[in-house]
Design a protein around this ligand. Structure first.
Ligand SMILES: [Zn+2]
Length: 316
């Protein structure tokens, strides 16, 4: 059995919507109840995140944006930048702690205290840009973890695999011109789904050209299409890129029961993707995988998919 970090903090529940909203603390309550109930949490290595250092956040986000986020929370604003991205008075701190969770998972894997990590964090991160919050995301957890690994652990090349059903536009923009972070996103086609980006021709810019790879899926696509894309599109790209560690922006909203999108992925699809990423990590990165929670809004499928995801990470 592999040593897998369970990165969680009860304060993640403090960021809560001031109005009806799918991204709620109940998601994490359901995940912890379910994983605890099936005996998986006790088989993982508990890692409690800390608040990150400023430099680790500023490696991704502008100081002005952080100030704006902090002031908006302090003022009691209900949203930031767009109506879907809510705030409460805890949101600034908990966004920092969520980024700290991704950092803690990355740290544990980089230092070898665990083989792999699952970071049960919220708010999610992959829509957050350098200076903008959007799509329920305030700080880009995966991007911050990638920069942390490069700055503090001498990691050169990082692969981010984003299988949330929405395009990870924030992460893409942050690393658009960066050849050291390869961003792969598989998502429902932007013609049909928020945020309306992630077309095939978006491949990075300048020195980063070729280090962004988008695989938009037609509505109705499911396990078979995801499998083909991982085997025929992601795998050859990873072979060329040769990452030193793999981060997963692990959203589970491509599931057929999820209310926010129209894909048909099942539990088996998420099991396959997890296995495939682990196999790629075993081949190129000495097994290093850090999975960071993004979306997933239907409790029953969210928890069953994460159970399988964690079982695969544990190597059952
Ligand atoms: Zn999503």
């Amino acid at each position: 059995m592999k040593r897998v970090a369970w990165v969680y903090h009860p304060d993640f529940l403090l960021h809560a919507p001031p109005f009806e909203h799918p991204e709620s603390p109940e998601r994490l309550v359901a995940i912890t109840d379910h994983l605890g109930g099936v005996g998986l949490i006790e088989r993982m290595v508990p890692v409690t995140p800390e608040y990150p250092e400023d430099a680790d956040i500023l490696s991704v986000h502008d100081r002005e944006y952080l100030n704006r986020l902090e002031n908006a929370c302090r003022r009691g604003d209900l949203t930031l930048d767009s109506e879907d991205t809510y705030l409460n008075r805890h949101s600034f701190n908990i966004a920092l702690l969520s980024a700290g969770g991704a950092i803690a998972g990355a740290k544990a894997v980089a230092e070898g205290t665990v083989d792999r990590a699952f970071c049960a964090v919220r708010p999610p991160g992959h829509h957050a840009g350098r200076a903008v919050g959007m799509g329920f995301c305030l700080l880009n957890n995966a991007a911050i973890a990638a920069r942390y690994l490069q700055a503090r652990h001498g990691v050169g090349k990082v692969l981010i695999v984003d299988w949330d059903v929405h395009h990870g536009n924030g992460t893409q923009n942050i690393f658009l011109e960066d050849p050291t972070v390869f961003f792969f996103s598989i998502h429902e086609h932007p013609t049909f789904l928020y945020p309306g980006t992630g077309r095939r021709w978006e491949i990075g810019k300048g020195k980063g050209e070729g280090a962004t790879l988008n695989a938009p899926m037609a509505p109705g696509a499911g396990d078979a299409e995801f499998r083909t894309t991982f085997e025929q599109t992601l795998e050859p790209a990873v072979e060329r890129f040769r990452p030193e560690i793999i981060l997963v922006s692990a959203g589970f909203d491509a599931h057929r029961d999820d209310p926010l999108a129209d894909l048909q992925v099942t539990e088996e699809g998420f099991r396959f993707m997890t296995r495939h990423v682990i196999a790629l990590a075993d081949r190129y990165c000495r097994g290093k995988v850090v999975s960071i929670l993004e979306g997933g809004y239907e409790t029953s499928s969210l928890t069953s998919c994460i159970e399988l995801h964690v079982r695969e990470l544990l190597g059952e």
